[in-house]
Design a protein around this ligand. Sequence first.
Ligand code: CA
Length: 407
Amino acid sequence: MIINIPNNSDFSINNIPFGIFSTAERSKRVGVAIGDQILDLLEWSKAGFGEVESSYFDQVVLNPFIKLRKEITNQLRIDVQDWLKQDADKYNEYRSLFVSQMDATMHLPIHIGDYTDFYSSIEHATNVGKMFRDPENALLPNWRHLPVGYHGRASSIVVSGTPITRPSGQVLNSETKAPEYKATQKLDFELEMGFIVGKENTLGHPISVDEAEDYIFGMVLFNDWSARDIQKWEYVPLGPFLGKNFTSSMSPWVVTMEALEPFRIDAPKQEPQVLPYLDSDRSRNIDIKLKVELETPSGTNTTLSNSNFKYMYWDQAQQLAHHTVNGCNVRVGDLMASGTISGTTPESYGCMLEISWGGKKPIIISDGTTRSFIEDGDTVVMKGYCQKDGIRVGFGELSTLVRRSMD
Ligand code: CA
């Protein structure tokens, strides 16, 4: 290997995720993460390597590269892997093609045209249904028949490392029964994964569940920030709005579906049987270990959740088939998020709403204070990786500091 890659690195030779970086000397451009380094694909291609013209890497987003389609982007990934396998003594010759991740600033890697958020974890939907509606009939009648979703807001998606500001809005005062305008008291994260659309369909032509995987370029960690008090007052009857659209955060490195392929796993059985247009190969879930940590201003660190993407009831192919079954067209760079990923136990719940059960069961964190929701000065860190047979493919970190309201 031309550089040393630590054994526990998310960015092994098997990964090769794509992102947009800059340094003091280098303008925004496409790179791949490898170990604790970035391979500068613009300089690499200018040096004559790979089959993709260097202009595709002299870009502020990945969209033009992704539009080349998988035949090209997959080959590029393989060419990079082969090149990295050179002897370490070649490093000196090519050191200018590498940048330390410590010295780089990561940017939002995609121009996201549209963002759709699903609600595909049965554990999460059941828990929220119990709290917001009916403990006996937590799942609404449609839930097992279609992947419920809504159209989110693309403009407010930010990359890891971007602080967010506590939003204000209308909240119902439970005593006076009148709405008030105030900073949210129930700021929450949602542990999700997002996928990036890599191929367009034509308006009026649905994507079938069997061909859907070909339309997915790769995945990121996704934190769909939520203001639960604003959400609870506003969501009837049209669903999420200002309680959701103030910010969502995503990780900077897009991990390709090809890198994730070795970690496929059977999905939970669907009962009742779904309609034929949603009837997918149920071996298409992915075993991605997920973790959420809370860092406080005093420097303490508490694990809030250990979950796994494999719990998803509806898989990504089903989500994309359902999204387009009415003829809706998707475009390269669209982002589709999974919905909060909760497992079966409280240790695996994917948001504070569930972890603290709506604030009724505050948790004690490692500095001795309690949390029902996220406080000003807290940093929420999400991590995700796959590991099998000594191979590790990960997403790095998605880290977001919460600042106090501007009021
Ligand atoms: Ca969500």
